[in-house]
Design a protein around this ligand. Structure first.
Ligand code: ASP
Length: 310
């Protein structure tokens, strides 16, 4: 028996779920569903962690990262540090579909986006420009002073805090195919060119239709060091339940550092789970039989002295 189609997301993706579930209900693919959901959040200027309205880098430039994985054909596409386009997830999908490559970055990604007709966008909104200028002011800098600065690293270190956020989607369609999408503006006020885990296949995003999928939010550097998403999918393949897989991902992250880290996991039978190392975090899901998204608490796995090995 085929499982019921479902999409699982980080908490900030809940409002996008009806978009993707509509695709699944009419027999559409998991790949189309996760792209539709990701595009919805990318266009939401109120979400300061994704797409248009996402926080910029230290120079006030919004650099977007995104990736998409087709768990059936083991195909993937991603873009990093993409500037000037509103839907990095669709550019990532075009990288997968139209190029012999998996990942394009920076100028090359923007050139490819323009060449393939992707929609241009002014991603720095008046409101995020204000937030950026306020953050600079708090450390005695201004947009003009950072643009003139010879050394950016000291400024980044003073400004940067836990300004993280990303959206994840993992979908299972009627045919039993799994796909996953992650899109983000990355770490707010990052050093220009900083790339997180979201576009790194196997770090922030991975799925396999034979097994399931996993995606991360939080300190991307940890997911990159641990290949969290691929490790989670391998653990599903080894027979562990999503709840155990999610908790183990956080235990692994906690061994490296006590910084915010979250994971969502969907198994090919439609069971799902999420874990975090912070209190009060939620994730969301919606099946094709539900009338709206449901929110669930993420299991909290706190770092303790004994779990910190390094
Ligand atoms: N993982 C993202 C990054 O490191 C940020 C986040 O999810 O909060 O860019």
């Amino acid at each position: 028996m085929r499982p019921t189609p479902i999409i699982v997301t980080s908490g900030n993706g809940a409002t996008a779920l009806p978009e993707g579930v509509r695709v699944l209900r009419r027999g559409g693919s998991a790949l189309d569903a996760v792209e539709a959901c990701a595009r919805y959040v990318e266009a939401d200027v109120a979400d300061t962690s994704v797409g248009t309205g996402g926080l910029p880098n230290i120079l006030g430039v919004v650099e977007l990262d995104a990736s998409i994985v087709d768990g059936t054909a083991h195909r993937a596409g991603s873009v990093a540090a993409l500037v000037g386009f509103g839907h990095p997830i669709s550019v990532a999908r075009a990288v997968m579909r139209r190029t012999p490559h998996v990942m394009l970055v920076g100028e090359g990604a923007a050139r490819f986006a323009a060449e393939t007709g992707a929609e241009r966008a002014r991603n720095l909104t008046p409101s995020t420009r204000r937030l950026w200028a306020d953050a600079l002011r708090q450390v005695g800098e201004t947009p003009a002073s950072v643009r003139r600065a010879k050394r950016l690293l000291p400024v980044v270190k003073r400004v940067i805090a836990d300004r993280l956020g990303t959206v994840n989607f993992i979908a299972l369609d009627r045919r039993g195919n799994v796909a996953s999408a992650v899109t983000t503006s990355g770490w707010g006020y990052k050093y220009p060119g900083r790339v997180g885990d979201s576009p790194i296949i196997g770090a922030g995003n991975y799925c396999d239709s034979a097994t399931g999928g996993a995606c991360c939010t939080g300190y991307g550097e940890l997911a990159m060091r641990l290949l969290t998403a691929k490790t989670a999918v391998d653990r599903l393949a080894a027979g562990l339940r999503p709840a155990t897989v999610a908790r183990r991902a956080i235990v692994d992250a906690n061994r490296l550092a006590d910084v915010p880290f979250n994971v969502i996991v969907l198994a090919k039978d439609g069971t799902h789970a999420s874990a975090t190392n912070r209190a009060g975090r939620r994730y969301a899901f919606m099946t094709s039989e539900m009338t709206g998204p449901a929110m669930r608490s993420r299991a909290a796995v706190r770092a303790t002295r004994s779990t910190r090995s390094r």
